[in-house]
Write a protein that binds this ligand. Structure first.
Ligand code: PSU
Ligand code: MN
Length: 303
C-alpha cells in the first residue's frame, strides 16, 4: 500500500519505498547537527546516527529544510550541504513556513522534526535531549513540549538537555500526559549524567517492551508522544558535580552577554564543551549514537 504524503514534504525515494513497504523508519532531528555540535564533527555524527539506525535494521530519515524545501530523508550530499552551511537556521515548528518562503536551509528541532515525521506516518524519532522548561525567570519554554503533547511519536532521548530545569520540565510532561519511560532505568536520565535522582513514570527493559508500551499508549488515543529515556553510555557519562559546576559558569556568561531565546541552548552547549575540556561533547556524541541504535531496535520491534 502506498503511504499518502503531503505535497509540501519532499521524501527521499528510499524512505518513500520503506514507508510503502511498512519497514521500520526512524526520523532524526537536525538542529543538533546545525546548532548543537561544532563543524565538522556534526556531519560525522549525522552520518554515524544514520549508520546506527541501519545497523539495528531500521531506515534512518534525517529531517531538515534545504533551500526552503522541507525534507524527510536526505542524500549524503544533502546532509553535507545542511551540516556545513554556516547560514543554516534553527527551525522550530513555528519557523517552518517562513523558512520555506525565504528559501533558507535549516536544522529542525524536535518540535519541527516530529511534526514532519508524523506527517509521513513515521512513529519513531531519535535525538539527544528534548527542549523543556528553562531555569530562571525568562519564561523560556521549548516548543518541543506542546508539539510532543499533540503528536504521536516515540521519542528516544537521554532526557531533557542538562541546561534545563528538570523538575519543572517533568511537571510539564505530566500535565500533558506524556509518559516518561526509563529505558533499563527508573532514574530519569539527565543528558550528560546517567541519572537525575528524579523518577520516571514507567520503565521498560527491552525494545519489545518499549514497542508494546508505544502500541498500548496509542491504542488509547492518537494524540501524545512517549519519551523513551536512555541514559548516556557509562563509559562516556559525566558526574553530576562536574556538569553543574560548568553549567553555572556558562549561565553566568550567557547572562552577562545577554544571550537569550533560541540562541541560548547552542551557546550553553558549546561553552559546556569548552569548560569540560571536550568531555561534555564526547558524552553528547556517545548518547546521540546510542539513542539512534536504540530507536532503530524499537522501530524493528514495532514494525
Ligand atoms: N539535543 C542536543 N543538542 C541540541 C538539541 C538537542 O544534544 O542542540 C536541540 C534539539 O533540536 C531540541 C532543541 O529540539 O535543541 C530545543 O531548542 P529550544 O530549547 O530552543 O526549544
Ligand atoms: Mn526557547
Amino acid at each position: 500500500m502506498k503511504a499518502s504524503l503531503p505535497t509540501w514534504l519532499h521524501v527521499h525515494p528510499e524512505i518513500r519505498e520503506a514507508l510503502d513497504g511498512r519497514r521500520p523508519v526512524v526520523a532524526l532531528e537536525s538542529a543538533v547537527i546545525t546548532h548543537g555540535l561544532p563543524r565538522p564533527i556534526n556531519l560525522e555524527l549525522a552520518r554515524r546516527m544514520e549508520a546506527e539506525v541501519r545497523r539495528a535494521g531500521g531506515m534512518p530519515a534525517t529531517t531538515g529544510v534545504l533551500g526552503g524545501v522541507i525534507r524527510l530523508g536526505m542524500t549524503s550530499d544533502e546532509l553535507e550541504a545542511m551540516a556545513l552551511d554556516p547560514g543554516a537556521v534553527k527551525v522550530s515548528r513555528r519557523d517552518l513556513a517562513p523558512t520555506r518562503i525565504e528559501g533558507l536551509s535549516g536544522g529542525t528541532t524536535v518540535s519541527a522534526a516530529i511534526f514532519i515525521a508524523a506527517a509521513a506516518g513515521v512513529r519513531l524519532l531519535a535525538t539527544g535531549g528534548i527542549g523543556g522548561v528553562h531555569r530562571g525567570t525568562a519564561g523560556d519554554v521549548s516548543a518541543d513540549l506542546p508539539e510532543l503533547a499533540r503528536t504521536a511519536m516515540g521519542v528516544v532521548c537521554s532526557g531533557a538537555k542538562a541546561i534545563l530545569d528538570l523538575p519543572r520540565t517533568l511537571e510539564w510532561l505530566e500535565t500533558a500526559a506524556i509518559p516518561v519511560v526509563g529505558y533499563q532505568t527508573r532514574d530519569y536520565p539527565a543528558f550528560y549524567t546517567q541519572g537525575s535522582g528524579l523518577p520516571v513514570s514507567a520503565s521498560v527493559e527491552t525494545p519489545a517492551e518499549a514497542a508494546r508500551l508505544l502500541r498500548s499508549h496509542w491504542e488509547l488515543g492518537p494524540a501524545s508522544s512517549v519519551l523513551i529515556c536512555v541514559p548516556c553510555p557509562e563509559s562516556d557519562a559525566l558526574a553530576k558535580d562536574e556538569v553543574e559546576h560548568a553549567l553555572s559558569q556558562a549561565e553566568r556568561e550567557a547572562e552577562a552577554q545577554r544571550v537569550r531565546g533560541p540562541a541560548l541552548s547552542p551557546f550553553l552547549l558549546s561553552r559546556l564543551a569548552e569548560l569540560t575540556s571536550g568531555r561534555a561533547l564526547k558524552a553528547n556524541l556517545a548518547l546521540l549514537r546510542n539513542n539512534a541504535r536504540v530507536a532503530g531496535e524499537i522501530a524493528v520491534a514495532l514494525s
